[in-house]
Design a protein around this ligand. Structure first.
Ligand code: ASP
Length: 335
């Protein structure tokens, strides 16, 4: 049986009750896993666990933690057949997206999972999420960064957290599931990525100033001018429908043009979880296209943010970043 490495970063799955509510505690999950009879069953892969320090509620994740997780995978890549990253659900889709870009030429499974109820509770979704993820990581069938939750295996950079309290907490709105869990784990191999050729390398991310702006009826774009043109390097605009914004030509166009001249790139995503941005399809989105905004197609906001961090960290200029943002790099977009 293959051997896998569990990287424990924090999150509900390993939390224990404290006076201030659930919180992660050093050593606690490791002790629980050692005592879990299923994990020493001969049908399970052999495993080791690396506990990150400090353990985090995933709301506190930053590019520094992403770099540390990627480094651990890189350092241990030759020793294991696959990796399971235990992570809080709140920002798991961001971390999965970031790792998919950072781990260049990945050829082994990296499965992120967590749970809505801690493993230490009697009634919990942690047990299945953990055991199924370990089995998926051991088989080597999927050789990309993915996320397993609530019986579904999804491409990591296509996921979004959908439910704050349901066991099916994640969705992959614009890409089908890579595997479905029933009596058996049914893989859809045709949907999986063929890894790029070459040795694994990691691209560490820098804390580039990135922002997300959600458009709403009556938005006063002029209030955003200074942050869009002077402070941020990368902006994701969550627009209506297929890329539409209100009163585009008057208010936003000059700001986008100025931002573009200052080297800021602006990616257009949709507030609709499903479907694709199509700049120029309507008059209300033409201005964005003319001003040089990036067509984000069906990128999730999580993947768009992670991709901007990645491309800026590669050191590309804004022209190249625009070009790469509109190109599928890791199966994150259909364009
Ligand atoms: N706040 C927790 C976290 O993201 C929620 C969870 O794990 O479900 O770390």
């Amino acid at each position: 049986m293959n051997k896998i490495c569990i990287i424990y970063t924090g999150g509900t799955i390993g939390m224990t009750r404290t006076e201030k509510g659930y919180a992660p505690q050093k050593g606690f999950l490791g002790e629980m896993l050692e005592k879990l009879p299923e994990l020493s069953d001969s049908r399970m892969p052999k495993w080791d666990m690396i506990e990150m320090s400090p353990l985090l509620d995933s709301s506190n994740m930053t590019v520094y933690e992403w770099n540390k997780i990627a480094e651990k995978i890189y350092e241990n890549y030759g020793k294991y057949d696959g990796f399971v990253v235990l992570h809080g659900t709140d920002t798991m889709a961001y971390t999965a997206s970031a790792l998919s870009f950072m781990l260049e030429n990945l050829d082994k499974p990296v499965v992120l999972t967590g749970s809505q109820i801690p493993l230490c509770e009697i009634r919990s979704d942690a047990r299945d999420n953990l055991i199924s993820s370990m089995l998926i990581a051991a088989t080597g069938k999927v050789r990309e960064v993915c996320l397993y939750f609530g019986g579904k295996l999804m491409r990591g950079n296509r996921t979004t957290k959908y439910s704050a309290d349901g066991f099916s907490a994640f969705k992959s709105p614009s890409y089908p599931y890579l595997a479905d869990s029933g009596i058996e784990l049914r893989y859809s191999e045709a949907l999986m990525r063929t890894p790029d050729k070459g040795e694994l390398s990691i691209r560490k991310l820098s804390p580039v100033p990135i922002g997300v702006i959600k458009v709403f009826p009556g938005i006063q774009f002029d209030l955003f001018e200074s942050i869009m043109t002077e402070k941020l390097k990368g902006i994701v605009i969550e627009t209506f429908g297929a890329g539409n914004i209100p009163g585009s030509a008057d208010a936003l166009l000059p700001i986008i043009e100025k931002a573009f001249k200052n080297g800021t790139v602006i990616a257009v995503c949709s507030q609709c979880p499903q479907g694709t941005v199509s700049l120029g399809a309507y008059e209300t989105s033409s201005a964005l296209k003319e001003a040089g905004a990036i067509n984000g197609y069906d990128l999730t906001t999580e993947a768009a943010v992670a991709k901007l961090y990645y491309l800026f960290s590669c050191g590309y200029d804004s022209k190249k970043i625009k070009e790469m943002m509109e190109t599928d790099l890791r199966g994150e977009m259909s364009c």
